[in-house]
Write a protein that binds this ligand. Structure first.
Ligand code: F6P
Length: 359
């Protein structure tokens, strides 16, 4: 019986289960067995897996998270191993490739963001037959127009903005909403526009406090003594400082961003006299049921990945290009952040409708 493996790596994103389900449905039709590795690449290194049968994939379309578990630390090329009571980091990639061979797994579908897909590429270079599927709420991956999870995060953030509006208006306050997105402003831009923010600060556009203050005061003069500011976590202070909440050294991307919202709020309160409050939406953006768009995109990706696996086409990532599902070579995949283009038509529309980017 043919056997194909699947894993989910990095931070979770709504739609992971929908990819697993779609890939499984295609593979089962062809009599292929699907092996799900537990907790991302650590399951591959430690041979922790479960056979996914048709019951395991039932009821998954709308379910957030991942039934396989994941983590955004364990990398087979720099893997934590206990030695004499201490944790040391070792290259366990040979073990990972060997485990695939030992289990008679002909190829591996790796669903992940930039870190997990970089690992997928390195495993491919070592001889593992890998197919990547792009995931992240941040939408910051090169080689695809959109990752699944982003639309759901934008929906959640937009709902939060709708709620902040009513309380901001009642109390005549400035409300600051800090959103995820790492070094890119996709979530902040899209939800800020959808949620009617007055100011959107994103890492791609350097900002000045005086411009934000001007917008808030202008609204006050127009009879709107309240404002909503959306801040992406990757926004730097006007002095160019990146605000870091935590350092996780064993993670491929050790910095955990957070705290810029608080800084912006303090500056705005001091400069305008408006009472200001901060909401950090945090992991709510990663949780819950995927939106219909993400269910559909995840299903399209899952089907495409399974079809590539059946055909024996490896070393590629399924991607969305010009609205169509295509494939991108993992070898040629740039590892840099895909930022919001500052000449984006979405930014243009935001500016034309009076949103300030603080520039
Ligand atoms: O990449 C997804 C993401 O949610 C980022 O937006 C955020 O900066 C980071 O992961 C948070 O990571 P963790 O779950 O380790 O706190």
């Amino acid at each position: 019986m043919r056997r194909i493996g699947i894993l989910t790596g990095g931070g979770d994103a709504p739609g992971l289960n929908a990819v697993i389900r779609a890939a499984a449905k295609v593979l089962f039709k062809h009599g292929v067995e699907l092996i799900g590795f537990i907790d991302g690449y650590s399951g591959l290194v430690e041979k922790k897996y479960r056979v996914l049968d048709r019951w395991a994939i039932s009821g998954l379309l709308h379910r957030g998270g991942t039934i396989l578990g994941t983590n955004n630390r364990d990398n087979p090329f720099n893997y934590p191993v206990k030695e004499n009571g201490k944790t040391v980091f070792k290259d366990m990639s040979d073990t990972a490739v060997k485990n695939l061979n030992d289990l008679n797994i002909e190829s591996l579908i790796a669903i992940g963001g930039d870190g997990s897909l970089a690992i997928a590429r390195e495993l491919w270079e070592k001889g593992a037959k890998v197919i990547g599927v792009p995931k992240t709420i941040d939408n910051d991956l090169m080689g695809t127009e959109q990752t699944f999870g982003f639309d759901t995060a934008v929906t959640t953030a937009t709902e939060a903005l709708d709620k902040l509006h009513t309380t901001a208006e009642s109390h005549h306050r400035v409300m600051v909403l800090e959103l995820m997105g790492r070094y890119a402003g996709w979530i902040a831009l899209y939800s800020g526009l959808a949620g009617g923010a007055d100011v959107i600060l994103i890492p791609e556009i350097p900002w000045k406090l005086e411009n934000v203050v001007k917008k808030i005061n202008q609204r006050k003069e127009e009879g709107k003594p309240f404002s909503i500011i959306v801040v992406a976590e990757g926004v730097k202070t006007p002095e160019g400082e990146l605000v870091v909440k935590q350092r996780i050294d064993e993670s491929g991307d050790p910095l955990r961003l957070g705290g810029i919202g608080q800084k912006v709020a303090k500056m705005v309160e001091d400069a305008t006299g408006f009472e200001t409050r901060v909401t950090v939406l945090g992991h709510l953006q990663r949780g819950g049921s995927p939106s219909p768009f993400d269910r559909i995109l995840a299903t399209r990706y899952g089907v495409a990945a399974a079809e590539l696996a059946l055909k024996g086409e490896y070393g590629v990532m399924v991607s969305l290009i010009n609205g169509k599902i295509q494939k991108t070579s993992l070898a040629g995949l740039k590892t840099t952040t895909r930022n919001v283009p500052t000449d984006s038509e979405v930014i243009y529309a935001a500016r034309k409708t009076g949103i300030s980017f603080g520039d």
